[in-house]
Design a protein around this ligand. Structure first.
Ligand code: NAP
Length: 288
């Protein structure tokens, strides 16, 4: 029997309804600043989606566009002035930044209370401590929300996370292993000897690799839950635009999995919804 589709759009819509209630109780309207540097077309699409989400929910957004020639110092000054603006609750610096910039040191400058991406070392470190009430990176937080929404049993289950990036794979593994989720977690990365064998032993597989359709049907134990984080653009002559979006998981996996998140329409909408959730959490915390 084909896998049930783990519908990120519906899960995000449910979360948005709960956020609207929280927003209506906020002392002042939650306010997010989105900073984009340069003219990467995909980044502009992502930023537009985030601003549309803010509008839908009644979150105020301020959009700051800086040219690709902006210096590191100028971006740093922008961040400091946003940190000091008491009317702003969240700051997001759209990634990737132009190659002449040191993204890590700019992230370090963001006030951790306003770090709605959850990438500041203080916020990543809090996850290691098991303090999950703050700013958690949006993509892994969205995956956890989807798993809970679909009533996936995680306690005592074997989970494999493919990928160990600071923004997705590593926090994902920590969240699955944290008290309350209680999975037993293996992290697969580019030096793993046999990724297929690791996946075959798993009840839950989260693929965050950036390699189109790498996870094949024969990698997955029958009945396992599979979450596809990957977003890859692949050539496709059958499409008018010449390309299509592919996940990190081959679509045939639906023949063996019990639940599979689609691409698009899976983790993507959840990532944006969790950004909204972090902004609301930041506004609540800054008023308390
Ligand atoms: P990343 O920083 O490039 O990390 C990729 C990870 O995959 C690395 O840890 C790498 O291992 C590992 N890897 C690469 N090749 C591998 C292989 N052959 N076998 C096993 N592991 C391998 O990417 P990312 O930012 O985590 O993103 C991963 C994917 O998720 C991308 O497709 C990205 O577009 C997508 N994404 C989606 C969302 C969303 O909202 N849906 C959000 C963020 C990212 P090493 O550490 O050993 O190099």
């Amino acid at each position: 029997m084909p896998a049930k589709r783990l519908d990120g759009k519906s899960c995000a819509a449910d979360l948005e309804e709960r956020l609207k209630v929280r927003i209506s109780k906020c002392e002042s309207q939650p306010h997010l600043a989105v900073v984009i540097v340069g003219d990467d077309p995909a980044s502009h699409v992502y930023v537009k989606n985030k601003i549309l989400s803010c509008e839908r929910l009644g979150i105020k957004s301020t959009h700051i566009e800086l040219s690709a020639e902006t210096t590191q110092e100028e971006v740093a000054e922008t961040i400091v002035s946003l940190n000091n603006d008491p009317t702003l609750h969240g700051i997001l610096i759209q990634s990737p930044l132009p190659s002449h910039m040191d993204e890590e040191s700019l992230t370090d400058l963001i006030d951790p209370r306003k770090d709605v991406d959850g990438f500041h070392p203080t916020n990543l470190g809090r996850i290691v401590q098991g303090r999950l009430d703050g700013m958690i990176p949006c993509t892994p937080a969205g995956v956890m929300e989807m798993l809970r929404w679909a009533d996936v049993e995680m306690a005592g289950k074997k989970a494999v996370v493919i990928g160990r990036s600071f923004n997705v794979g590593m926090p994902q593994a920590l969240l699955l292993a944290a008290r309350g989720a209680d999975s037993t977690v293996t992290i697969v990365h580019s030096k793993t000897v046999d990724a297929k064998a690791e996946c075959l032993g798993a009840d839950i597989v989260i693929a965050a690799v950036g390699r189109p359709e790498m996870v094949k049907q024969d990698w997955i134990k029958p009945g396992a839950v599979v979450i596809d984080v990957g977003i890859n653009r692949v050539d496709d002559d059958t499409r008018e635009r010449g390309w299509r979006l592919a996940g990190d998981v081959h679509p045939d996996v639906e023949q063996v999995a019990s639940l599979l998140s689609p691409v698009p329409g899976g983790v993507g909408p959840m990532t944006v919804a969790m950004l909204m959730a972090n902004t609301v959490t930041a506004a609540e915390a800054q008023h308390s």
